[in-house]
Ligand binder design. Structure first.
Ligand code: ZN
Length: 487
């Protein structure tokens, strides 16, 4: 992003001094809109929510348009999913929440109002007061509300210069969960980390697929040093958030924090924010209770039922894997992020204790093919590595061959006559031969890990069946012996 893109302060002011202003405290609050893409139908009608592959304005009905005589009906599954999200974000779920009308005139709203929720003037959103911890930092969640998605506008050219726009109402009425944070985020990197965590939490609940175009969108409120709040809208993906926030923070710093309160649009193509309008005040929306809908009632008992039925979210599972099985953080994370792999691991962990070895093989070799080998067969292979009868490299080869041919793993091991050389005297002799031919590497190996690994590699090249762990141990002994002789 070139500096020339950044709008300059008015001429009457001194030239921007970004450096001097760079220590201004930045406060960022996020509003995340997450479509409940696992729902079959929209939030208030029976229109299909699978709109992405449709022609424009195909998935619409009289309820979507609020035509006279129609009445909205709340999708019960949407309430359940929103409750799951609320619980995963440590929120308090309201036993009685209300739908409100948010009135504004814009072509993306067929009814002229959006059915949403509200936290003032008697309004109660479905959940509030939660938090998400991201790498030691707590981001508080102000509230979560259920609302309908507006339609989708497509502009000719750019939003500020477009001579016309096209509207597609297939998206109008899709169930959205809006997640509002407190302004606890201090820079673009933190925002990105928070959003990634949020996305993985929501995806592991199975209620939304963030991969789908526009399924998770974000607006950001940014202020510097307690100055005016600028809202950046239309950040269409989490990837763009970091760019948009970095740009907007820098832009506001050129005003030394004296930016005007306004709504700006993130222009993805040009990578800049542009002024849309002065920020709406809440009274502009004339919120009032939706007269066509009953309050949403969720009994404490129902909340407990949802809690019990909730899938374990990925990060909780990863922490459990590290704690209970001693897995490395990387393996724990990769396993937990994949439902198929983690349930395969769970089954194997019931059969044997070689957890780290199992995790490594599963993550490295089985992705997407875990159904093609039985846990017992797989654990048998891991036991062969652990007992030293075959090497890890041989195990990987056997597994690949078994997946390729459909033969049982044990049979492949026998056919290939796999076996590890565990005879320490033979390996020690081999090490002697290898180091004698490479005196320079031997000198380095005591203090240089690379030279040490190089020597191991050379030994394995001569004897691929030698166990790397045994080679490493014997080579380390050999080096210690050598140093001992010198001193
Ligand atoms: Zn409809």
């Amino acid at each position: 992003m070139g500096k020339s893109n950044i709008p300059q302060a008015p001429r009457s002011r001194r030239p921007p001094r970004v450096q001097a202003a760079s220590n201004l405290k930045v406060k960022i609050g996020l509003e995340v809109h997450c479509q409940l893409t696992s729902l079959k139908t929209k939030l208030f009608c029976s229109c299909s929510s699978d709109y992405r592959a449709s022609e424009p304005n195909e998935k619409i009905c009289q309820v979507c348009f609020g035509l006279p005589g129609t009445l909205p009906v709340v999708n019960a599954k949407a309430v359940e999913y929103a409750t799951m999200i609320a619980l995963a974000l440590n929120c308090k779920v309201a036993n009685r929440s209300l739908f409100y009308r948010k009135n504004y005139f814009y072509p993306d709203l067929p009814k002229g109002f959006q059915i949403s929720q509200y936290d003032k003037a008697g309004g109660v959103p479905i959940a509030s007061s939660g938090f998400v911890d991201v790498e030691g930092k707590r981001v508080r969640i102000t509230r979560i509300q259920l609302e309908e998605d507006p339609g989708k506008l497509t502009y000719e050219g750019t939003i500020d210069k477009s001579s016309y726009s096209l509207v597609d109402y297939n998206r109008a009425g899709i169930a959205l969960v809006e997640i509002v944070t407190e302004p606890d985020i201090e820079d673009a990197r933190e925002a990105k980390m928070f959003l990634e965590k949020l996305r993985s939490l929501i995806e592991s609940l199975g209620v939304s697929n963030g991969e789908l175009d526009g399924a998770m969108r974000c607006d950001a409120n940014i202020s510097l040093a307690g100055g005016a709040r600028v809202e950046v809208k239309n950040i269409s993906s989490f990837k763009e958030v970091e760019k948009a926030l970095n740009y907007e923070t820098l832009r506001q710093k050129t005003f030394s924090g004296n930016a005007t309160s306004e709504t700006r649009h993130w222009d993805e193509r040009r990578s800049i924010t542009i002024a849309l309008r002065s920020k709406e005040e809440e009274q502009d929306y004339r919120y009032f209770p939706e007269p066509d809908l009953q309050p949403v009632l969720i009994e404490p008992q129902q909340i407990e039922t949802v809690r019990k039925a909730m899938p374990e979210v990925a990060h909780t599972k990863a922490t459990r894997y590290e704690k209970d099985f001693g897995l490395s953080p990387q393996f724990a994370r990769e396993l937990a992020a994949n439902k198929g792999l983690s349930s395969f691991f769970d089954e194997c962990a019931r059969l044997d204790h070689g957890y780290q070895e199992m995790a490594g093989l599963i993550v490295g070799e089985l992705s997407g093919r875990e159904h093609e080998v039985s846990p017992a067969e797989f654990v048998g292979l891991v036991q062969m590595i652990e007992s030293g009868s075959i090497t890890r490299a041989q195990a990987k080869e056997a597994l690949r061959e078994a997946l390729r041919t459909g033969k049982p793993v044990r049979e492949v091991v026998q056919l290939k006559k796999f076996s590890a050389v565990g005879d320490e005297r033979a390996i020690a002799a081999l090490i002697e031969r290898v180091v004698a031919a490479r005196p320079d590497a031997l000198k380095e190996a005591g203090r240089d890990k690379k030279a040490f690994n190089y020597l191991i590699g050379q030994v394995l090249k001569e004897e691929p069946k030698a166990q790397p762990a045994v080679v490493a141990r014997l080579l380390a002994q050999r080096l210690r012996g050598k140093q001992g002789k010198k001193t």
